[in-house]
Design a binder for this molecule. Structure first.
Ligand code: WTA
Length: 690
């Protein structure tokens, strides 16, 4: 035993020295490359941290003329119809848009198929040999998989026939519970091909979550896998699928063999994907879908405990997804685009699968964790596949920042041309780090605001137009009309906070309803400001130029001594303090002020939890927002509860500071941290921690 540990220690030293030498050499190499990169952005000489597209980017971008906004606003229907012409329609629409309260339709009478637009359209244009998908498995020793458009078309058609053989018909819902493997895209595309709406469930969701969603969707077939690799370990997904389908309408379970072993199969119910595919024909005509036929369901959390099955229809979703990806990410022939979301989220549906494929570029799928085998994996993948666009989330960027500059510095990231973010407000530090360290100061950052409900991006700066400003998403995408309103429905002046709403004509990709619960749909989105204004539940403010800054969900808004304040704003302020790694803020009732913010703060490695540091934090908040935003209490913690997609579960923190039951913790990634937080805040509630 002692021999073994000595030799490990010895090896460690040797590797350490070699590693440092290599690192020095490589970072010089990277600096060289960065200095030679095309600068797609230029700094605004008059304003700090404001960037504009360079002449080169303006020349290359699909749109570079600001007049597009006014043009689209003057006739949104004509704008969207023009974009729709770029896709393939079996039958042209008769009418562009039709509106009656809570019931809006796009491209009425048109017939199309999203899978046909993702695959056949490119093959017919002679691009079948282009790479559609690159799959990077987590184990580094495994080869990556590349599928051309022709190969993907072949697999999708075969699997579409498999589904038909299993009795799936147009309109039948199909469950998908798959990890980040090519079969996730194949399965979604196959469903779209035959017009069977899919209901994808994030693979790290629990069996209970799967059960609820399958029951709500009424799915008779589920596609899953034996497992996948996460942080070097095989994860048994089949076990969760087996538990999750009990008591649901699911009759058949198709199992993809990812791990290679013999998962226990339930006779009569379970079928191996590879066996079904062996005998399936690759000839499957794409179903001619009505523009308003249901494309898919995706469950998302609302304010109540019951997830909502958000419905997206075919034509409007296809058109807006296609054009937003094309313009926002500046997609061109030969691009190798990587969106790091999971296919289980709307971002994965739209911007891993449908939109990049409809644009004919290469979409990259990574199976595993960004820290496996080490903190450099993200950057290794970018170097290996020469990724041109990277689209990720602020929570991930903050984590990479915490891991340190040495990791990206080891790799050549000069293939990157554009960066994107989504999912939550991004703080200045994270934005600047992403811009400098990952983009080498050369790439625009496209901060895209949207939701599961909106299906596609709705607010962001366009690469050829700009500006790119930390924490500011930008203007509504052309053809989208948005307003920031006060509680009474009047627009607020520039610089003031209000509620972000989207006006009629309601954009093509916007959800058409909550599956099986149209009353809730109406209540949650079209009651606040009436049926012609979609209520987003997000707070926002815009500057004099109309650039919108999202301040966070209004469900997390506080009213501190008469001042409206988003918890996300206080978080963003705290994150600007040099000692802070991450901050989560919730409100607590206060006798005098109504509500006050309470901050949970994670400090950077090596920083002591001291009164001195606390004072520094208060000073930062004072200077960024003002004394009204001062946290009433700052609690230093080692971790905060997060969902599996990495979003902080403020609901749990709120319950902790209010001494209320913390409720169901099954969807947390790290439920274990809740007990230590309870101790810290002196939470009295017993039980409730399932
Ligand atoms: C938040 C994710 C700030 C917002 C696509 C929204 C953002 C919720 C941004 C939807 C952004 C999304 N800046 N906040 N760029 N993008 N959000 O349904 O609060 O998972 O309402 O969709 O994420 O989350 P969802």
């Amino acid at each position: 035993m002692s021999d073994e540990s000595e030799s490990v220690g010895f090896c460690g030293v040797v590797i350490g020295i070699v590693f440092r030498l290599e690192l020095g050499k490589l970072s010089n190499f990277r600096r060289l490359i960065v200095s030679e990169r095309i600068r797609w952005v230029k700094e605004d000489p008059t304003r700090k941290n404001v960037f504009w597209p360079s002449e080169a980017l303006k020349k290359q971008a699909w749109v570079a003329d600001d007049s597009i906004y006014a043009e689209a606003k003057s006739d949104p229907e004509a704008f969207w119809a023009k974009q729709a012409e770029e896709l393939h329609w079996f039958k042209h629409w008769d009418k562009v848009y039709e509106f009656t309260p809570e019931n809006y339709k796009w491209f009425v009478g048109g017939k199309l198929n999203i899978s046909y637009n993702s695959l056949d359209r490119h093959i017919e244009a002679g691009y079948g040999d282009r790479i559609a998908v690159i799959w990077e498995p987590e184990p580094v020793e495994e080869e990556s998989v590349k599928l051309t458009y022709k190969e993907l078309h072949d697999l999708v058609s075969r699997f579409a026939n498999v589904l038909k053989e299993l009795g799936v018909r147009k309109g039948d819902r199909v469950g998908i519970y798959l990890p980040m493997i090519p079969e996730a895209v194949i399965a979604m595309q196959a469903c779209a091909r035959i017009g069977a709406p899919h209901s994808v469930v994030f693979s790290a969701f629990s069996p209970d979550s799967l059960r609820d969603r399958m029951t709500d969707a009424g799915a008779k077939v589920l596609i899953t896998a034996d497992g996948y690799y996460r942080r070097g370990k095989p994860i048994n997904l089949k076990k969760n699928a087996d538990a999750g389908v009990v008591g649901t309408p699911v009759e058949k379970v198709v199992v993809v063999r990812r791990l290679g072993g013999d998962a226990p199969m339930n006779q009569g119910r379970d079928l191996w994907y590879h066996e079904l595919m062996e005998n399936a024909s690759n000839d499957c005509l794409a179903e001619q879908m009505d523009s308003e036929d249901l494309a898919f369901l995706l469950h998302t959390s609302g304010t109540t405990g019951k997830p909502k099955g958000i419905m997206h229809t075919t034509g409007g979703y296809a058109v807006q997804s296609y054009v937003t990806a094309k313009w926002n990410f500046d997609l061109h022939e030969g691009d190798i685009y990587w969106c790091t979301a999971d296919v289980g989220w709307i971002t994965g549906h739209t911007y891993i699968n449908y939109a990049p494929l409809m644009n004919g570029v290469t979409t990259v799928i990574y199976e595993g964790s960004p820290d496996t085998p080490d903190y450099g994996r993200m950057w290794a993948i970018i170097e290996k596949h020469k990724i041109t666009q990277l689209y990720t989330a602020p929570t991930a960027i903050r984590m990479f920042l915490k891991w340190g500059d040495e990791w990206p510095e080891k790799y050549d990231l000069s293939s990157l041309r554009l960066l994107g973010t989504v999912g939550e407000p991004i703080n200045v530090d994270a934005w600047m780090w992403y811009f400098d360290k990952i983009g080498g100061g050369c790439c625009p950052i496209i901060d895209t605001w949207w939701q599961t409900e909106t299906g596609s991006n709705m607010v962001n700066s366009l690469p050829g137009i700009g500006p790119f400003i930390p924490t500011v998403a930008g203007r509504p995408f052309p053809g989208v009309i948005a307003g920031i309103l006060d509680a009474g429905g009047s627009p607020v002046p520039a610089g003031e906070g209000g509620y972000l709403t989207i006006y009629n004509p309601l954009p093509p990709a916007l959800t058409r309803g909550i599956y099986g619960d149209m009353e809730r749909f109406k209540a949650e989105y079209y009651t606040e400001y009436g049926s012609e204004r979609y209520f987003t539940s997000d707070g926002a403010r815009k500057d004099a130029q109309g650039n919108i800054r999202i301040t966070g969900r209004v469900d997390d808004v506080m009213n501190v001594a008469g001042h409206r304040l988003a918890t996300a704003e206080v978080e963003s302020a705290l994150a600007q303090n040099e000692n802070v790694s991450e901050a989560a803020v919730v409100s607590r009732p206060h006798e005098m002020k109504g509500e006050v913010p309470v901050a949970f703060v994670l400090l950077k490695a090596g920083i002591e939890h001291s009164e001195e540091v606390k004072k520094g934090l208060i000073k930062t908040v004072d200077s960024v927002i003002g004394p009204t935003a001062r946290p009433d209490e700052i609690i230093f913690v080692d971790d905060v509860p997060k969902t599996r997609s990495g979003k902080i579960m403020r609901r749990v923190l709120k319950a902790l500071v209010r001494n209320e039951p913390v409720g169901n913790l099954t969807t947390l990634r790290n439920p274990e941290c809740v007990d230590s937080l309870k101790e810290k805040v002196g939470h009295k509630e017993q039980g409730g921690c399932s």
